[in-house]
Design a protein around this ligand. Structure first.
Ligand SMILES: Cc1cc2nc3c(=O)[nH]c(=O)nc-3n(C[C@H](O)[C@H](O)[C@H](O)COP(=O)(O)OP(=O)(O)OC[C@H]3O[C@@H](n4cnc5c(N)ncnc54)[C@H](O)[C@@H]3O)c2cc1C
Length: 298
């Protein structure tokens, strides 16, 4: 690990020892990572990936950590954060984006270029890489609708490749990248349509307002905890089971939106995991529906 750190530091890449993961997590949960790396462009990202591969260092690829629960014990390896790599280029009706670009920045760039179709991304607090990984979506749109191709780095071979259209296997909050943890998303090309910038802006404002009205944005969370079960809404099932406000330690089923678990102060990953299990058991017993976690415990 020390050799990896020194190699990457020599290449000018920001590297931090004993990095508190809670500082980067939207849930404000997690112990320390032995090493955290912050590549700021494609070249640095590939140097980090080559480095962990060559030195055989256990690693995690993390965007904005807005859909994950880091372990209370931290991570005994290298965490590669992509958020410093913000590359984004508009070419006609296409946007080429690096893994770390924020979803709101993509929506803003599209709006400025009079391109419609990316409005749903506005307000999702993740990165391109995280969104491709789990086919992020909102308000009827999802990455599958706009992500024409994505490029990845294969940690088994050290090579890069591109997947187009259906080969990305997007479905309900998942993609081929979840099935192949050795693939790291490097970037993607999004295809949008010409639109009216005032109408695009109005849709983005409407989505923001709806989020503010319905989601507990005042507390740390990782968004919706469970995937939407076919024919139901997870939040409604949880609410109907009388679970709003239920707590385990510092983790609470939000009273504003039962689909969210919020950190009311000092919540641990174990609190969140126990609360998830309690919710799943109660919803299954009372409704017969099995809930599947959308958030990822690392
Ligand atoms: C308040 C709030 C609201 C939210 N609203 C929504 C919503 O409306 N819709 C929605 O879909 N989600 C929502 N989310 C969840 C989250 O923002 C999205 O899932 C987002 O796409 C995650 O992106 P990220 O960069 O934070 O991913 P992370 O949390 O950093 O990572 C998630 C997973 O993706 C993997 N990953 C990240 N980057 C890469 C990469 N480059 N290559 C390969 N794997 C990678 C990680 O290893 C991890 O397994 C919300 C979250 C919060 C806190």
């Amino acid at each position: 690990m020390e050799r990896l750190r020194n190699d990457l530091k020599r290449a000018g890449i920001r590297a931090e020892n004993e990095c508190p993961l809670c500082r980067y997590s939207s849930f404000r949960i997690g112990g320390c990572a032995k090493l955290a790396l912050f590549p700021k462009n494609r070249e640095e990202m590939i140097a980090c990936l080559d480095g962990v591969r060559r030195h055989g260092v256990p690693h995690l690829i993390i965007g904005n950590a807005s859909n994950v629960v880091f372990s209370d014990r931290g991570f005994d390896g290298a965490v590669i954060f992509t958020t410093a790599w913000k590359e984004l280029t508009v070419v006609g009706t296409r946007i080429r984006v690096g893994a770390g670009a924020s979803l709101s920045a993509i929506a803003n760039a599209a709006q400025r270029a009079s391109l419609g179709g990316a409005e749903f991304l506005y307000g999702i607090p993740g990165t391109l890489g995280g969104a491709v990984f789990m086919n992020a979506g909102a308000f009827g749109g999802c990455m599958a609708d706009i992500c024409q191709k994505s490029e990845y780095y294969d940690l088994r071979t050290g090579e890069t490749a591109v997947l187009c259209g259906e080969a990305q296997e997007f479905s309900n909050r998942t993609s081929i990248y979840e099935k192949h943890p050795h693939y790291t998303v490097l970037g993607a090309e999004l295809v949008l349509q010409k639109g009216n910038p005032t109408e695009i802006c109005a849709r983005m404002r409407d989505y923001t307002e709806r989020r503010r009205r319905t989601q507990p944005l005042e507390f740390p969370s990782a968004g919706s905890v469970f995937k939407r079960p076919e024919g139901y809404f997870a939040g409604k099932l949880i609410e109907d089971c009388g679970l709003k406000g239920t707590r385990v330690g510092g983790a609470e089923v939000s009273v504003k939106h039962a689909g969210f678990i919020v950190n009311r102060g000092g919540a641990t990953a174990e609190d969140v995991r126990c609360l998830c299990e309690l919710i799943r058991a109660r919803v299954l017993a009372q409704t017969g529906v099995t809930l599947e976690c959308e958030i990822r415990f690392l």
